[in-house]
Design a protein around this ligand. Sequence first.
Ligand code: PLP
Length: 470
Amino acid sequence: MTDLSARDLLRRIPKVDRLLAAAELEALHLTYPRLEIVGRLRETLDALRRQASAGTLREADLEVQAIRDRIEERLIRRFRPYYRRVVNATGVILHTGLGRAPLAPEAVTAISELAAHPQRVEIDLETGERGGRGLGCERLLCELVGCEAAAVVNNNAAATMLILAALARGRRVLLSRGEMVEIGGSYRIPEIMRESGAVLVDIGTTNRTHERDYRQALDDEAGMILKVHTSNYRVVGFTSEVEIDALCTIGREHGVPVVHDLGSGCLVDLAAHGRPGEQLVRDSVAAGADLVCFSGDKLLGGPQAGLIVGRREAVEACRRHSLFRAMRPGRLIYTALEATLRLYLGGTEEAVEKIPALRRLTADVNTLRPRAEALAARLADLPALEATAIECASQAGSGSMPAREIASWGVRIVPRDVSVKAFATDLRRGEPAVLTRVQDDALIIDLRTVDEDECVEIEQRLRQLSSVPD
Ligand SMILES: *Cc1c(COP(=O)(O)O)cnc(C)c1O
């Protein structure tokens, strides 16, 4: 091609009208609004002019097809949703940054069938009267955990706040020093207490709290004994804490309500599936706690919600408080939650099989190994990286089963030509975004949080990245 001067090139940049009418842009007109196409087209032409002035414009850049491609690139970027699917290969099952529990197909179907339509929320279809917004979920919760009453709010932080405001405003709330948690995202128990108008009384010491510590602190001003699950840390060594059963006994003796913030709120015993030790909501209720609160999107495996269960009068006190209305979830949350809770009616086996969070948590490590080996084998021909199946450790995440690692298998990826960090970034940027764990100068793809069809996508993404000429 002949060398053209910057001025010649500038003059040859096509005009807006001509481009808009060009056959090459026809497909774009079918997909995007005209206003958007014009906007991105002008931006592209501006960029071409800047290139011309900088002397970096080539004749090929001026071809209509090339311009069209640049317009489309801008349109795609602009129309790509912020909230989009990612592949979670981090091995953190309930990843707060990735929306915690993925919903069961039953919950997804329930939402998609109702979202575009009016639905029953607060209307009694027998009488036509108003009332019972949370009823669909509350009935199931009562049955599943053996409580008198239940209420649903936006999340567990809201539930804790509401309980304190409704039952303990201006009163003393006894809490062990060992349970003074910060969950992250500015959720700190002492601050929630202050905001709710309750007065925190710390009991015992960081590592040891005894029944006598609670008894000594119980006076006429005491409005509540609170127990908080130490969701994201463990106190080990010379330790002692007072279990919920003993606290309920002390509370009954003194006529003081006992509240248990369980955090993750497990509904079924996973001991038979190799995951013992998580406190069950049902056990705290049976111990006699006046209220128990927990999240909908942690071990329960449903949508984000805060669930309050317990004695009728205590639940009603929460419901009557003005904050309750301010913490009310949207209709689709109730819908997804009801569908998720219904999956527990069939017992533990069915729940574990049908609820993705539980299925991933309990997946037998022996089923993960062959999948990891198969993926590593499929990646063996890629020259740009080295892939090896390895043992690794997953985590429940989101403050469920803290500091307990779950044996898993994954694929260790070492890129040959770029840094691990740059490779991880490339994986996050593409479609679908793949999030991995960076560990010991390698990427780990943990198979515990990756489904089989996602494995195929990961392989495709790795192939794409490996075929990019350097
Ligand atoms: C996770 C957690 C919370 C916060 O629950 P959200 O549903 O995220 O608001 C509160 N308390 C405990 C003990 C938790 O583990």
